[in-house]
Design a protein around this ligand. Sequence first.
Ligand SMILES: *[C@@H]1O[C@H](CO)[C@@H](O)[C@H](O)[C@H]1NC(C)=O
Ligand SMILES: *[C@@H]1O[C@H](CO)[C@@H](O)[C@H](O)[C@H]1NC(C)=O
Length: 235
Amino acid sequence: MQILLMCVFVFPGEKGDRGLIGPQGLMGDKGDMGTSGVPGINGKKGDQGEQGVCECKDGMGGAEGRPGEKGAKGDKGDIGGQGLQGRTGPKGNQGIIGLIGPPGPCSPAIQSAFTALINQSFPTSNWPIAFPIVITNQQGHFNPLTGIYTAPVNGTYVFSYNLAVAFRMLKVGLFRNLYPVVRTTEGNDQATTSQTIVLHLTMGDQVWLQVKNSETNGLHTDIESSTDGLFKAHI
Ligand SMILES: *[C@@H]1O[C@H](CO)[C@@H](O)[C@H](O)[C@H]1NC(C)=O
Ligand SMILES: *[C@@H]1O[C@H](CO)[C@@H](O)[C@H](O)[C@H]1NC(C)=O
């Protein structure tokens, strides 16, 4: 194919009159958004509106709320007042035996002893028998003229007597403060009878021998037969 290039030269004419106004063109495209304007100043406060109407009534009590979280541990409290005394506790077990204590101060041992004889047969009956012949009576606790022994201290005493009997029977008693403690009866002529007794006496107690009555007063003594009361004190 061949392209023909031609050059045409046109010479300009005279200028024509202005043409008529053409018809209105079509609406152009929407322009780009303009930049934001300057903010306006605040408007005036409006008037108070009318009071609204509320038709609600008092509500029912709500359900109990859930327990709150456990609080932090509080500070230590003050010391409380002293409580009442408790009851006496049960008795404890027996303790072990203690050591032997030191010996106490020496106290003179109280002794009391006597032996005495009658020197006359058939003494007064129903009355304390005197034992005038004293063999031993160091402390003098026995009165040979009345025949009464008086206990010097609280303690345990041994009493014994040996009696010769002749011509009639003998009934004799060992008395303590007006009452017979032991009695002895011997019905044989030319005999002896005896008794031994341990008595606990309170200081001041009195002890003696006594024949029952004149029918039973065979109490005898002579140079060959003694009748005695022997009293020994064991404190
Ligand atoms: C018995 O002895 C006492 C004291 O020695 C004496 O006083 C009294 O006379 C004597 N009695 C007889 C009968 O010997
Ligand atoms: C002797 O015994 C009596 C009667 O038990 C008592 O009251 C008194 O306190 C005793 N005296 C002494 C010194 O122990």
